[in-house]
Design a protein around this ligand. Structure first.
Ligand code: GLC
Ligand code: MG
Length: 266
């Protein structure tokens, strides 16, 4: 009697890696807080890139494009496949050295920077962040211990003037106004559709308030580093992301290993 033996054509690790085709990670406090964290993340990511079909690496940061590019250039952080900047308001393709302009066309609807700026100035509570932290689709302020009701009132006042803005509060200090269609989560979902990656194949990681929208991407899986701020832990509770016991890059690596193993290990 002939016995047919079916043996696997790929190793378990290859099969598991197909669970994650895109990793969207915040930079500061998540994979980077100095040279050691950059080295740690770079070594791990380089080993993933040696696999047969490596996942796409997407940095998803609050920094502006120039600032993010110079950080990448001056550290050992690997060059990503895509770079989302300004809290989901700019999407850049480093290899082509070009922005995905269609994203900004999509954001321009019902948005007017000057109206947002003028409305927040009138209220006299928040101080503008430096010009280097503003962009046409991101209007950013400093406001320590802001009152959420007062932020909500501002968003309503802005809406009365015809602008559909969202406010994102991070680190108990940073307040960003963006078009409703923007934010880190919306940007990475849009990018996923552009490159043909399903939400279920996306893993996200972050540490502060402006990261919360990434965990809200339906189907995506999350990693929270141990240094994540309480407000983010609270905001993501219902989607139960993997909570690393380690901070920053070490925690991200724990989380990636967990998700690469189909969510079975910690
Ligand atoms: C980054 C940006 C800043 C923003 C903050 C929170 O620090 O530079 O403009 O307010 O992230 O999103
Ligand atoms: Mg951060």
């Amino acid at each position: 009697e002939d016995v047919t033996v079916f043996s696997a054509t790929r190793t378990p690790t290859d099969a598991f890696s197909s669970c994650m085709r895109l990793f969207s990670t915040d930079i500061d406090g998540t994979i980077y807080d100095g040279p050691e964290s950059a080295d740690l993340f770079a070594d791990f990511w380089t080993s993933l890139r040696e696999r047969e079909s490596p996942p796409l690496l997407v940095y998803n940061t609050g920094r502006e494009l120039d600032d993010a590019l110079s950080l990448i250039e001056t550290t050992t952080l690997p060059v990503p496949d895509y770079l989302i900047c300004g809290v989901g308001t700019v999407i850049f393709h480093p290899e082509k050295q070009s922005r995905l302009e269609a994203w900004n066309e999509h954001l321009a609807r019902e948005w007017d920077f000057d109206i947002v700026w003028g409305t927040v100035i009138e209220q006299q509570k928040a101080r503008p962040q430096p010009a280097s932290c503003q962009n046409p689709h991101k209007c950013s302020w400093f406001w320590e211990d802001a009152d959420t009701e007062e932020i909500r009132e501002l968003v309503d006042l802005i809406a009365d003037r015809g602008v559909r803005a969202q406010a994102i509060y991070s680190s108990n200090r940073d307040l960003d106004f963006l078009p409703v269609r923007a934010n880190k989560g919306n940007a990475v979902s849009w990018l996923g559709r552009e490159v043909g990656v399903a939400a279920e194949e996306i893993v996200v990681a972050g540490d502060s308030g402006n990261d919360s929208s990434m965990y809200a991407v339906e189907g995506a899986r999350g990693v929270l580093v141990s240094n994540a701020e309480a407000a983010l832990v609270e905001a993501t509770r219902k989607v139960s992301p993997f909570r690393a016991s380690q901070p920053c890059a070490a925690g991200v690596i724990q989380g990636l290993k967990h998700h690469l193993n189909g969510g079975d290990t910690g």
